[in-house]
Design a protein around this ligand. Structure first.
Ligand code: SF4
Length: 499
């Protein structure tokens, strides 16, 4: 059976697309579709497979003509593209199977596929494969429970062209022990972290290394330190692996802010080659954190926690949310000031979204405040629920924060403060290896930002500062300059779009 795996397009108008930054490197997407590549490895080896990631290539009629069945995986933010894929498959008389996080957020009838897989694939695939072979597949497959990751196969790397992506991905764990009210991760993957056996993680690294990959790897865990003891054991092994292979990789992951409380863990992060970490910081409004049950962020000096991580040479990327019930009109200035003081260059600020399936969604349904289904794009200036604050004030205030923090001066000031804070850390220098891709990005940046762009004066001031005061971190500085270009372009679009 010829299986076509399709990953629908992610909208460009979100910070997470990294579209404008990728163009400097000549890359087409940030990361490959790891979930689909893993599902592909669970299919019978005798089934011919092809993968089309619509973020790097078009889905052509010839792809559809080749296929007997189409497997699609999507997140909520890909809903529009997914619907178009399903329609085209139907026009070609093709059977479709949809899986991925979107199936936990929307009812099967809305998705329009022949077969819908809800939950994680590991325990479902044997019966789905058997039923597809015998032509007796059911409309809906629901995972009976959350599977162990002990036998999850490594992703099928042969299905992608690695050079199209800026980062490779690897998953070590699923689930997070916390209980943030707005979070759909804990509803889908649970609050008991499940981890892959360490030898399996190392063999996935071996596989990437053998395939020729060097550079960035994103450990796409819900919370890498959900189980701290196991994370520490893995980090020790990662450090040894990196040393054996002369540090070919720099790692990024997602974690909770209490990473800052454990100096041993931070040292292990640094030694293993983690150069950045994404943290859900959400808001400096303590009462909002308490109401949202983001309790791991409460009762602490948030700025001090962020600094503790940065002092290990680890760049903190921060997630922030506006629109909590206890947010007052002063939240906009408070958040912009907070981000500026934090020396966090990449601040992902979004409006609160009530995603179906979350405790927040259930509460707002009870309170009669849901207005529409979430798009899954929290950087769009759209609300899917009735906030306590005047909705127009909230959207205008949100745009005001974005304008402020992504003004050239404010952005370069944050990057400079970050560079100065961690300039003694050794890893920061190690992360900026010279490669053809980085050279291409450098020259492209000098031309596009330094000559063509209207903010070129601020750019050259920053480049000169980086070249004279932070020479050993110059590669990092230029990477962040390019990232700033992306964030400024998306901010311009968001601020100019009509409500
Ligand atoms: S820490 Fe992150 S992953 Fe964990 S529950 Fe909160 S939002 Fe979800």
């Amino acid at each position: 059976m010829n299986v076509l795996l399709v990953y629908p397009g992610i909208p460009d108008n979100t910070y997470w697309s990294f579209r404008y930054a990728l163009s400097f490197q000549g890359k087409r997407a940030a990361q490959p579709p790891l979930g689909l590549m893993t599902v592909a490895a669970m299919l019978p080896s005798t089934w011919p497979k092809r993968l089309v990631d619509m973020n790097v290539e078009s889905l052509r009629d010839s792809h559809l003509a080749w296929a007997d069945v189409v497997l699609v995986s999507a997140m909520l933010v890909q809903r529009e593209s997914l619907a178009a894929v399903i329609t085209r498959c139907r026009e070609h008389g093709l059977r479709t199977v949809v899986g991925g996080p979107i199936t936990s957020s929307l009812p099967p009838s809305v998705l329009g596929a022949d077969h819908v897989v809800i939950g994680e694939a590991e325990d479902i695939m044997p019966s789905l494969v058997r039923d597809l072979e015998t032509g007796s597949a059911h409309p809906v497959y629901q995972a009976p429970e959350r599977p162990s990751l002990d036998h999850t196969p490594p992703p099928d790397l042969s299905l992608i062209r690695m050079h199209r992506y800026s980062t490779m991905t690897l998953q070590y764990s699923r689930g997070c022990p916390y209980q943030c009210e707005f979070c759909d991760i804990i509803e889908i993957y649970g609050r008991k972290p499940r981890t892959k056996p360490i030898p399996r993680v190392l063999s996935e690294l071996d596989q990437l290394h053998a395939a020729g990959w060097r550079g960035a790897i994103f450990l796409v865990d819900d919370n890498f330190i959900g189980n701290r003891q196991r994370a520490k054991a893995l980090l020790l092994e990662l450090t040894a692996w990196q040393m054996r292979h002369h540090h070919p990789f720099r790692f990024t992951t997602e974690a909770s802010l209490n990473l800052a409380d454990d100096s041993e863990l931070l040292q292990l992060f640094e030694a293993a080659g983690f150069t950045s970490v994404f943290l859900g910081i959400e808001t400096p409004n303590e009462s909002a954190l308490i109401t949202a049950r983001k309790l791991q962020n409460t009762g602490r000096d948030l700025l001090a926690s962020i600094r503790a991580i940065q002092l290990h040479g680890i760049e903190v990327m921060g997630g922030f949310i506006l629109g909590f019930d206890t947010d007052c009109e002063d939240i906009f200035d408070r958040l912009a000031d907070f981000i500026q003081s934090s020396a966090i260059p990449i601040a992902m600020v979004g409006l609160l979204q009530a995603v179906p399936g979350t405790r927040l969604y259930r509460r707002l349904v009870e309170e009669g405040r849901i207005l529409a289904t979430s798009t899954g794009n929290n950087t769009a200036a759209q609300l899917n629920f009735l906030p306590r604050m005047n909705p127009s004030s909230l959207i205008e205030g949100y745009r005001g924060v974005l304008r402020q923090i992504y003004s050239c001066d404010a952005y370069y000031e944050r990057v400079t403060r970050f560079l100065s804070q961690c300039q003694s850390a050794t890893r920061l220098q190690r992360r900026a290896r010279l490669s053809l891709t980085s050279l291409r990005a450098l020259f492209s940046s000098l031309f596009r930002q330094g000559i063509l762009d209207r903010h070129r004066l601020a750019y050259w001031r920053f480049v000169l500062t980086a070249a004279t005061r932070y020479r050993r971190s110059f590669g990092t500085a230029m990477t962040l300059a390019v990232m700033g270009y992306h964030f400024q372009r998306i901010t311009d679009q968001l601020c100019n779009q009509r409500s």
